[in-house]
Design a protein around this ligand. Structure first.
Ligand SMILES: *Cc1c(COP(=O)(O)O)cnc(C)c1O
Ligand SMILES: [Zn+2]
Length: 419
């Protein structure tokens, strides 16, 4: 793709990416570090010239998200640069959870298996690859926690500097697991929406800082498609009937929908109807509230939930989530913090998978959607488990623990097991 900046012409190789297009008015601009339409302030999205993409090309690729590079805004030599190689996490058949929930065919996409234990490694790897091509030298973000981990680790591996802004109230584990990579980590006295506004102001001041989810957001967001691509490939190149996705900014949900559409359009899967469901914690459920009220805009809220990784009160992609959910015949539902904790325990007990609070939101929402008849128990369903329980231990700390503490004698153990 060729871009003219002033009198100089710059050529960016971002693979199949051809331009940025406004999601509201369709206005197109050349590939650049832009995120808002100059005509209408709508969000920009990557537009592609895919050409022919074959299953064999993908299957012959690396065991990481780069097997899908022909469907992403990244250069063809993307994997030659140091990167965290996220993706290709397991899709597990969840029969015991299915029985507990009363559904027939259930799968869990376990994205805790990524390098920093959440799906954010996917979006950061794509953002870093695009940022490198666009000429940035510093990787930055405002974060609710998992993004902080992923940015700090990816920058360390690439030999870049990082600048990470977090709300000072974040879980201690997520602070430490970011700080250990030794980038610049700044805790801000404010909530995520304050931190996000700060990042937008800083991005305007520092031309060489790529804020992955702000000024290079169109590229970053495309990384979420790889979750959808993997689910389809792991099902043997077909789409599930239903998928349940947690919502923070809403980007991930809209990109899973986009991934399923692209696979159908490219003939990589048989185009088939599917339904996309969104999951929120009641303490931060602006999208669920809008869905239930039948609105097509989202009214911001002040978050108050243990699901801090989903605690975005003003979700940037809210209206597009509502569109995807309505267009596919899905729904958005929300669950209490108590239901979140019980769902974390249910997933652990039935499938041996320890999810963070966002995973609890997904499982609890699926349960509620089945109970209220919105999720079809006879249809094949995939739950996206996007983060690891080791980062949110406090959520379960006062509900689980040893059954007993005993002296080192068999009789004492027997006694405790009887009790
Ligand atoms: C960030 C995040 C999400 C959702 O992200 P979106 O902003 O909606 O794309 C889901 N789960 C976890 C664990 C996250 O960290
Ligand atoms: Zn526009």
């Amino acid at each position: 793709m060729t871009t003219t900046v002033g009198t100089t012409t710059t050529t960016f190789d971002l693979g199949p990416a051809g331009a940025l297009a406004c999601r509201e008015c369709g206005h197109q601009i050349p590939l650049a570090a832009e995120f808002a339409c100059a005509e209408c302030f709508g969000p920009l999205e990557v537009a592609y010239n895919f050409g022919t993409v074959r299953r064999e090309d993908i299957e012959a690729g690396p065991r990481s998200i780069w097997r899908y590079r022909r469907l992403l805004p990244v250069p063809s030599d993307v994997d030659d640069h140091p990167n965290t190689q996220p993706g290709c996490t397991r899709l597990v058949r969840a029969d015991r959870l299915a029985a507990a929930l009363g559904v027939k065919r259930l799968w869990v996409k376990d994205d805790t298996g990524n390098p920093t234990h959440s799906f954010k490694d996917r979006v950061v790897a794509v953002a870093l690859a695009a940022a490198r091509t666009l000429g940035f030298t510093v990787l930055a973000c405002p974060s609710t926690g998992n993004l902080a981990n992923a940015v700090a680790a990816a920058a360390a591996r690439a030999g870049w500097q990082s600048v990470v802004l977090i709300p000072s109230s974040l879980e201690k584990a997520k602070v430490l697991t970011t700080a250990v990579y030794d980038g610049a980590l700044i805790a801000v006295d404010g909530n995520y929406d304050d931190v996000n506004r700060l990042a937008t102001e800083l991005a305007a001041e520092h031309e060489d800082w790529a804020f992955v989810n702000v000024n290079v957001r169109p590229y970053y967001a495309e990384g979420s498609k790889t979750l959808g691509f993997e689910v389809a490939e792991q099902l043997g190149w077909r789409l599930p009937d239903q998928v349940v996705v947690p919502i923070a900014s809403g980007s991930q949900l809209t990109k899973v929908d986009k991934a399923f559409r692209e696979l159908g359009e490219l003939g990589l899967v048989e185009p088939a109807p599917y339904r996309v469901f969104g999951a929120q914690a009641t303490g931060c459920s602006p999208v669920s509230a809008a869905f239930k009220a039948g609105h097509d805009v989202v009214t911001p809220v002040r978050p108050d939930t243990i699901a801090r990784s989903l605690a975005i009160g003003a979700p940037a992609d809210g209206p597009y989530v509502l569109d995807a959910v309505q267009r596919t015949g899905g729904a958005v539902e929300d669950v209490t913090d108590d239901e979140v904790v019980e769902a974390i325990r249910l997933l652990a007990r039935t499938e041996g998978i320890f999810a963070e609070t966002a995973g609890g939101v997904t499982v609890a929402t699926a349960k509620k959607l089945i109970a209220n008849g919105q999720l079809d128990p006879d249809a094949e369903t995939v739950l996206l488990i996007t983060g690891d329980g080791l980062k949110t231990l406090d959520a379960v700390a006062d509900r689980v623990g040893p059954r007993a503490t005993v002296p080192p004698q068999t009789a004492a153990v027997r006694e405790a097991l009887r009790g």
